[in-house]
Design a protein around this ligand. Structure first.
Ligand SMILES: [Zn+2]
Length: 452
């Protein structure tokens, strides 16, 4: 009896002690990961390929060099988040396809971005190349590369592609919420071209020639496959997520497409918007927008009218969207990694362009918040954490931002890839390794094609 009296409490206390020890270790490991996350965010280039700051400021001006009341982006928060290169979205609403003036709108927004950089040279700087991003990173200045959201800005004239290349545009999202002269939109119920239009094929070729990345976010599936068939350079999705989590929604990319994309060295940048990452939220928001659309038609208003905006804000305040979480964004990243590999996924938050974002990832200060993932107790996230951070510098994206470096001819279609050499300045084992592979690939293909 005495033996049991002693041994049982001893076993219980050992077990209890074991539990405490495990919890302590758990906490310690979480703290370590938090520190690691912060360290990685500071030490490596973080790129976000889609931030809708220009249009936000066009609608309502705020000085983003200091803390702002509204929006997802401002300087103090970007610094806190370790953000180094924020692709400014030069967004042209679909209505400009009909009313004209898309080019003028693009010029206005480009000027707005240049103005922000000019007014705070110690905080922001324009970036037109890999070298610019690298140099700004070393100076501790946030880079503003630019992408144009909606090919409507080129107004059906191929010459305008070079015009915008010269202005600093380094990717173009072929369309937005409606079909345009280039291709069909995933948001438009009535396909016009069943893919790329004949003009759209010429646009892709000219973008390849100039070194402007082709962005397949927003386009239909058939437009996507036409792009893949016609583009000689890798393409990007600047702000799309996985359709696996939002079944039936064409704005996100299905598994087959992600695999095809990866075979062509494409990179999909995950959109953080709640509707993009959670199918149920998607359905609820879709009904909400149907009701809003109905009201707008009834009142003969469009989204950008101030009366409409007031109504929409009030509607959302009365019908709040269900919460989503940072771990759901990680699920999307994880999904692409499984299908295609870590080299084919990045971040395209859509900050300042989406209304609802996940808890724990609510603005540009939150990039190092991935340590939250481990709180879910899911071991796969621990393993993925370093990979995600390493990949935030997405070699392809940096690479493709500078297309005209020589190597195999002045206008070789694959020369964008050669600029990856510049990344060797960054002591980032993975990127350097990956860069070598990309270079080998580019060199191989260039020698076959010669210069063009
Ligand atoms: Zn968009």
């Amino acid at each position: 009896m005495n033996y049991y009296k002693c041994i049982v409490p001893l076993l219980i206390s050992l077990l209890f002690y074991g539990c405490i020890k495990t919890a302590d270790e758990e906490q310690k490991s979480n703290e370590n990961l938090k520190m690691k996350a912060k360290e990685l965010a500071i030490n490596f280039v973080i790129i976000d390929t889609h931030i809708d700051l220009p249009y936000r400021l066009e609608e309502k001006w705020e000085d983003v060099s200091g803390k702002t009341e509204e929006g997802h982006f401002d300087y103090p928060r970007a610094i806190q988040g370790g953000l180094d290169a924020a692709f400014m979205s030069i967004y042209i609403p679909a209505k400009y396809e009909e009313i004209g003036g898309g080019k003028e709108m693009a010029d206005k927004l480009i000027k707005l971005v240049e103005g922000i950089a000019k007014d705070s040279p110690d905080k922001f700087s324009m970036a037109y190349s890999v070298a610019d991003v690298t140099a700004n990173f070393k100076k501790g200045v946030i880079s503003f590369p630019m992408g144009m959201e909606n090919g409507t800005g080129i107004e059906g004239d191929l010459k305008n592609l070079e015009y915008f290349y010269d202005k600093g545009i380094r990717y173009i999202t072929l369309c937005h919420s409606k079909n345009n002269r280039i291709c069909d939109s995933s948001y438009d119920d009535d396909p016009k071209w069943n893919g790329l239009s004949p003009f759209g094929i010429e646009v892709v070729k000219e973008m390849n020639r100039l070194g402007i990345m082709v962005d397949v976010s927003h386009i239909t599936d058939s437009s996507f496959y036409d792009v893949i068939d016609n583009s000689l350079a890798p393409v990007i999705a600047s702000h799309s997520s996985c359709r696996f989590f939002t079944p039936g929604w064409q704005r996100n990319m299905p598994d087959d497409m992600i695999k095809t994309f990866a075979e062509h060295n494409g990179v999909i940048m995950i959109n953080f918007g709640s509707s993009f990452i959670n199918g149920k939220v998607r359905e609820i928001n879709s009904k909400t927008w149907d009701e809003i659309d109905h009201w707008l038609v009834e009142h003969n208003l469009s989204f950008s009218d101030s009366e409409a905006k007031e109504y929409i804000d009030k509607y959302f305040a009365e019908h709040p969207s269900p919460k989503t979480y940072v771990s759901e964004v990680a699920d999307h990243i994880d999904h692409v990694v499984k299908l295609a590999g870590i080299d084919n996924v990045g971040f395209g938050s859509d900050f300042d362009g989406v209304r609802n974002v996940p808890e724990g990832l609510s603005d540009v200060s939150m990039y190092p918040a991935w340590h939250i993932l481990v709180d879910s107790g899911d071991a796969k996230f621990r393993a993925g954490l370093c990979g995600v951070f390493r990949h935030m510098g997405t070699a392809h994206i940096l690479v493709a931002t500078q297309p005209t470096i020589n190597g195999c001819g002045t206008r070789c279609l694959l020369c964008p890839l050669r600029t990856v050499y510049r990344l060797s300045d960054i002591t980032w084992e993975h990127t350097v390794l990956h860069s070598r592979l990309v270079l080998a690939d580019a060199a191989g293909r260039c020698s076959v094609r010669g210069s063009a």
